[in-house]
Write a protein of this length. Structure first.
Length: 238
């Protein structure tokens, strides 16, 4: 079946967008054709759906979506989840308390969660023109399934040139101790050439991806002699 999932907002990593993402994944894996739209994407909605599933109170979708059957997922007892009024709409709630509150007959459906391990990548760097190809490449990698990217640094007019999406998080420049502690939480550390970021990642025993000025990248294994980079070794060479 062709199924459309619709919600006021799907760009963040908050509760409802994650609910929609996990519902879509479940439906796709059993063979349905699934499309997801929020208000910002509504101009891209085309054709008729077998089922349209509207999340929360989003009456605009009732006006612009054509479907054989409508369903509304009512997530809470807040006014943003008020039941839509339509002659052929079925309601879905995560627990009976919500249907009782709204005084509606509804199907109880468990909240879908997905704890599939994700590849987490962190790229601590200055967001400058030299690193723009690397940053674009990283943002594209984060579009792959089960990949998440965190960019950490100070912007020098580059962030506005990136097509950021919900699997990319941007954090401001931070002190070194905080950054190292953060790097320890990630699976992979990305850097331009083999510089300080990559070498510090070796000391943390992290997988390292090294980028060139064109945005090409490869994994680089920690060399056996990586300890030569320890600051105490440098004085011996002066």
């Amino acid at each position: 079946m062709r199924i459309g999932l619709f919600a006021p907002e799907l760009k963040s990593k908050t509760g409802m967008p994650m609910y929609v993402e996990n519902m879509a994944k479940s439906l796709k894996e059993v063979g349905h054709e699934v499309e997801c739209y929020d208000y910002d994407d509504r101009d891209n909605i085309k054709g008729k759906y077998d089922i349209a599933i509207i999340h929360s109170y989003a009456p605009l979708f009732l006006e612009i979506v054509e479907a054989d059957h409508f369903k509304q997922v009512i997530h809470s007892m807040n006014e943003c989840d008020e039941p839509l009024q339509h002659t052929k709409i079925d309601y879905i709630v995560p627990r009976e308390q919500i249907s009782d509150y709204w005084g509606i007959a509804a199907k109880i459906m468990p909240i879908p969660v997905d704890i599939t391990p994700r590849l987490s990548i962190i790229a601590p760097c200055t967001f400058d023109p030299q690193r723009l190809p690397m940053l674009k490449s990283l943002v594209e990698r984060a579009k792959e399934e089960n990949v998440e990217l965190t960019l950490v640094g100070k912007d020098h007019g580059v962030l506005g040139k990136l097509k950021l999406h919900r699997d990319v998080m941007v954090l401001p420049e931070m002190n070194h101790d905080a950054l190292v502690a953060l790097m320890e939480l990630y699976d992979e550390v990305a850097g331009l050439h083999i510089g300080t970021v990559t070498i510090e990642a070796w000391f943390l025993n992290k997988k390292t991806s090294v980028y060139d000025l064109e945005g090409n990248w490869k994994y680089v294994e920690r060399p056996e002699d990586y300890l030569k980079h320890h600051y105490k070794e440098i004085a011996k060479l002066i």
